[in-house]
Design a protein around this ligand. Structure first.
Ligand code: UGA
Length: 457
């Protein structure tokens, strides 16, 4: 099938590559000429395991090409995927759809025969109907088209694998013909293809991301109560996650969720709810808990050192918003580093992939970027673990202990084993774990007092 993909961000670039790898003839369109030239030369604009090889191979085999010309991209294409960014509007929290509207107008102006215009970008409910109106307004007389929604669920860092083996594919349209054509590109996959109306498909994407964010905020609140009550949130998450109705994923407590998707999508769904005169209270709390989680982590550091961190050297491992990516957008690690720097600390930072992107956001003031994790810890007063890279969980604590001045670890991702860290001579603070030296019997007294009053005694 001939396919046009507009936008070469995470969704667009991975989508183009995988569609081509499935045997389709794909042309990727982007307004950024230099980006396209780099991709054509085999230099991926993002770090994504396996992507470079697939792109290069499919370009070589003649199934994949890129252009800045939408006219060229549209020629002969049956499916036209819109994969442009929908960033958060800072003022309202809603998704900013200006790129989507621009592309819809251009598609309308340039199509000459029947197309299915498919939105893969994450867009609020009702957007595809407006796309239909915009395309229709600019289409020449007699040229037919349909619109469809096909939200993407891939995760950064495992996007190739996610797109090849999705848990489900969602396609929504009010046109049977469009659904049939769209189904064809996915039919060979061993997965369920969910057919819906336009609005439901749009909503499934926001509901999925918001529900996952809710799981994270839930476990982060559990962490708060576990820590106070002397339980261990990792053990609790494991025990509850084995129940298939609960599910074991997205129950890792930490410093809160970040990235270019969850924060913006939860905010956008909340905005949709208020637009519909409904206050989605649960989502409001999900966002609030996520913000507080960061402050709760920083409080651990200031409780230990005091609020003035001037003269303290803090080693920060992890800059990306999560592991296996070089993406530092909306990274909680970056926000925490900003706060620590604001309190006077000197930061030594390391991340396996996100150094360059993080440096562009944070600059160089009071930050040294080191070439490896161990260099960051030399002469440090504290170690902060901020991104869940697996290599940080395998640090040689004996070596770390020797190179640091003060021996304290603030593990924001529960990567290390508390006993091992303490055995290696560290004061160890994690998320939702029993703290050393706290008298937990006060909680038992508290709970029995509650029980007694409930029994009327
Ligand atoms: C997320 C969704 O998982 C994808 O399904 C979706 O397609 C994508 O957004 C999107 O809308 O484009 P992504 O942002 O790449 O994917 O990253 P996730 O793996 O979902 O992680 C998001 C954040 O949650 C990260 O900051 C991560 O560290 C945090 N997280 C995740 C936790 O704090 N605890 C967990 O248990 C899981």
């Amino acid at each position: 099938m001939k396919v046009c993909v507009i936008g070469t961000g995470y969704v667009g670039l991975v989508g183009s590559a995988i569609f081509a790898d499935w045997g389709n003839e794909v042309i990727g369109v982007d307004i950024d000429d230099s980006k396209i030239k780099k991709i054509e030369a085999g230099k991926m604009p993002i770090y994504e395991p396996g992507l470079g090889e697939i792109v290069t191979e499919n370009i070589k085999d003649g199934r994949l090409s890129f252009t800045t010309s939408l006219v060229k991209g549209l020629k002969g294409a049956e499916l036209v995927f819109i994969c442009v960014g929908t960033p958060q509007d800072d003022k309202t929290g809603a998704a900013n759809l200006s790129h989507v509207w621009d592309v819809a107008k251009e598609i309308g102006e340039n199509i000459k025969d029947y197309k299915v215009v498919v939105t893969k970008s994450t867009v609020p409910v009702g957007t595809n109907e407006r796309i239909k109106r915009i395309v229709g307004k600019h289409t020449a007389k007699g040229v037919d088209f349909d619109v469809a929604s096909n939200p993407e669920f891939l995760r950064e860092g495992s996007s190739v694998e996610d797109m090849r083996n999705p848990d489900r594919v969602v396609i929504g349209s009010d046109s049977k013909k469009a659904l049939e054509k769209l189904r064809k590109i996915y039919d060979h996959l061993n997965t369920i293809i969910v057919e819906t109306d336009l609005r439901s498909a749009e909503m499934i994407k926001y509901a999925s991301n918001s529900f996952l964010a809710t799981k994270i905020s839930f476990i982060n609140e559990m962490a708060q109560i576990c820590e106070r009550a002397g339980a261990d949130v990792s053990q609790v998450a494991y025990g509850m996650g084995l129940d298939r109705r609960v599910g074991k994923y997205f129950l890792r407590a930490g410093i809160g969720y970040g990235g270019s998707c969850f924060p913006k999508d939860v905010a956008a769904l909340y905005k949709t709810s208020t637009d519909q005169a409904y206050d989605f209270k649960l989502l409001r709390s999900v966002m609030e808990v996520n913000e507080n989680q960061r402050a709760y982590y920083v409080d651990k550091i200031t409780d230990y050192f005091g609020k003035n961190l001037t003269g303290k050297k803090i080693a920060c491992l992890g800059l990306a918003f999560k592991s296996d990516t070089d993406d530092a957008r909306e990274s909680v690690a970056i926000k925490i580093i900003r706060t620590l720097r604001g309190l006077g600390a000197k930061i030594c930072a390391y991340d396996p992939k996100a150094m360059k992107n993080a440096q562009e956001i944070l600059g160089d003031s009071n930050i040294t970027y080191t070439e490896n994790a161990y260099d960051a810890m030399k002469g440090a007063d504290a170690l902060c673990l901020l991104t869940e890279w697996s290599q940080f969980g395998e640090l040689d604590l004996g070596r770390v202990e020797k190179s640091m001045v003060a021996k304290v670890i603030f593990d924001g991702r529960n990567l290390l084993d508390k006993e091992e860290a303490e055995k290696a001579g560290f004061a160890y603070f994690a998320i939702g774990k029993r703290a050393s030296g706290v008298d937990y019997t006060r909680f038992e007294e508290g709970s029995s007092a509650i029980l007694e009053s409930a029994n009327g005694s």
